[in-house]
Design a protein around this ligand. Structure first.
Ligand code: NAD
Length: 460
């Protein structure tokens, strides 16, 4: 595995020419309960369509009047049931429409924050997909924008609208049905395939407005095979499995354990991109220890087979994608849509049955838009910022890590890949910055360098 440098993470090669000015006049769009809410999808890949369906299935009196994607064919495909809508490659054109009230941001991760902020500056309410941000700093600017422009903003981690979440919290905290909490383990074990490793850069598919696709990211050659989706596994555009599934499972665990908006007290993490000789950069094995105010939280993500050629993703306690709260009197094993509590003999003492939260979460956003009341939101953007930041910090722990025990492992003639491990990094509870000696590099990763013309504004 490559030793990632700050330069690779930030992608500091020269950008393309500056884009058009991005500032929009602020407009307020408080909704009357009976008014129709006009919406647009910004980012028409897999999730854009799913979110639109979630809104249409659960909300009355809404209309999708715009679809934006630098790949216009994708915009037209997602909006095919809305032939009178506007279809554009540059979403900023949609934002000029005073009839547009709210947007769904379902772009790749590197665009989430700038798109959300531009939309709020233009007076729109925003449903922005997880992970909120590419870095903690830009996530904070989205919170600032929501406050400054008085906008409704929710992050799309839908299980926060699953009715079992408050039930689990009551069970663990109020009823203390399993006694005191001792520790928490978070899992995501699944298998992903390698993404290819081209000798020559991938030609950008014809018809894509690549300047808009890149936006805040740097213009780096792509050596993966597929243009769409696999941006997840490059630091320039994605946040790896940590920002993909990690944000869901860790968010659930933190929400049900701490129930408050905090940073971890300290973090230690590492991992590797093992076995796959591909163009991917993000780890496919990632482990993190979080020190919190009450219990330690340990997270393990793996997207490689349990052994070369194996069909399964390995062994874990609880769900393959979920969390286990270890308590004095047993365990609470949660996952998307369900949870089970077992005593120390393994006997089930309570089952929780919920839903994925899809549909409910979009409806929750719409209710808040109509009432213009952010207190209704199940994942208001400030709360979302903290959950998402835990994942960003976990990525920084990986990037700030150093090759670990390589010499010892090598002496036994075993290849372990290049496993990285960070020191235990203490976090300032107010600022979210790493404190102490030797933290300059980790702190430099709290914010990225933006391509000219696509800078996230400082709204502090
Ligand atoms: N909440 C969930 O369960 C869930 C599920 C899947 C994906 N997601 C999130 O949704 C986002 C999109 O994921 P996906 O699987 O749909 O990816 P995808 O690659 O299929 O689609 C992303 C789309 O965004 C477009 N895009 C790029 N730049 C854009 C811009 N400037 N303006 C408008 N569109 C732009 C791309 O061309 C592409 O069509 C990701 O951030 C992902 O983490 C959330």
């Amino acid at each position: 595995m490559k030793n990632f440098t700050r330069r690779q993470f930030l992608g500091v090669s020269a950008g393309l020419a500056a884009a058009a000015t991005v500032a929009m006049p602020g407009r307020i769009s408080a909704q009357n309960v009976n008014d129709r809410v006009n919406m647009a999808v910004i980012g028409c890949g897999v999730r854009g369509g799913q979110d639109m369906n979630g809104f249409e299935r659960t909300c009355q009196n809404i209309d999708f009047i715009g679809f934006a994607d630098p790949d216009l064919g994708r915009a037209k495909n997602t909006g095919r049931k809305h032939p009178n809508a506007a279809f554009v490659t540059d979403f900023r054109k949609l934002l000029e429409d005073d009839n547009l009230n709210a947007v769904v941001v379902t772009t790749p991760d590197h665009w989430h924050c700038l798109a959300a902020i531009l939309a709020m500056q233009a007076g729109k309410d925003v449903y922005v997909e997880k992970p909120l941000a590419h870095t903690p700093w830009e996530g904070r600017q989205v919170v600032n924008a929501a406050r400054k422009y008085d906008k409704i903003c929710q992050m799309g981690a839908q299980q926060f609208s699953d009715a079992i979440q408050p039930q689990i919290k009551d069970f663990v905290h109020k009823d203390k049905a399993l006694g005191e909490m001792k520790s928490v383990a978070v899992n995501h074990y699944s298998i992903r395939q390698p993404i290819g490793k081209r000798e020559t850069p991938l030609p950008i598919p014809a018809g894509i407005d690549y300047d808009m696709w890149l936006g805040p990211a740097q213009d780096l050659p792509l050596y993966r095979n597929n243009f769409h989706y696999d941006w997840h596994w490059m630091w320039n555009t994605g946040t790896g499995e940590m920002g993909n599934w990690g944000v869901h499972v860790l968010g659930d665990a933190v929400n049900n354990t701490l129930n408050t908006m905090v940073y971890p007290k300290s973090i230690m993490g590492g991992g590797a991109r093992l076995f796959y000789n591909d163009a991917g950069e993000t780890p496919n094995l990632h482990f993190v220890y979080f020190e919190t105010a009450n219990v330690p939280i340990v997270l393990g993500l793996s997207t490689v087979p349990s052994a070369p050629g194996a069909k399964n993703a390995g062994k874990y306690v609880g769900a393959s994608s979920g969390y286990v709260i270890y308590c004095e009197g047993g365990q609470l094993r949660g996952q998307r849509g369900s949870a089970v509590a077992v005593d120390n003999d393994g006997k089930v003492i309570r089952s929780f049955k919920g839903t994925s939260g899809d549909g409910t979460h979009q409806k929750n956003f719409m209710d808040a838009v109509r009432a213009h009341d952010r207190s209704i939101l199940n994942l208001e953007i400030e709360k979302a910022y903290y959950f998402a930041t835990w994942c960003n910090l976990a990525n920084i722990a990986f990037l700030a890590g150093k090759p670990n025990m390589k010499e010892i492992v090598g002496a036994y003639n075993v290849t372990l890949g290049e496993t990285m491990l960070s020191p235990q990094m203490v976090i300032d509870p107010e600022t979210g910055r790493f404190v102490g000696d030797g933290m300059d590099f980790a702190n430099s990763l709290l914010k990225r360098e933006y391509r000219k013309g696509f800078e996230v504004p400082d709204l502090s």
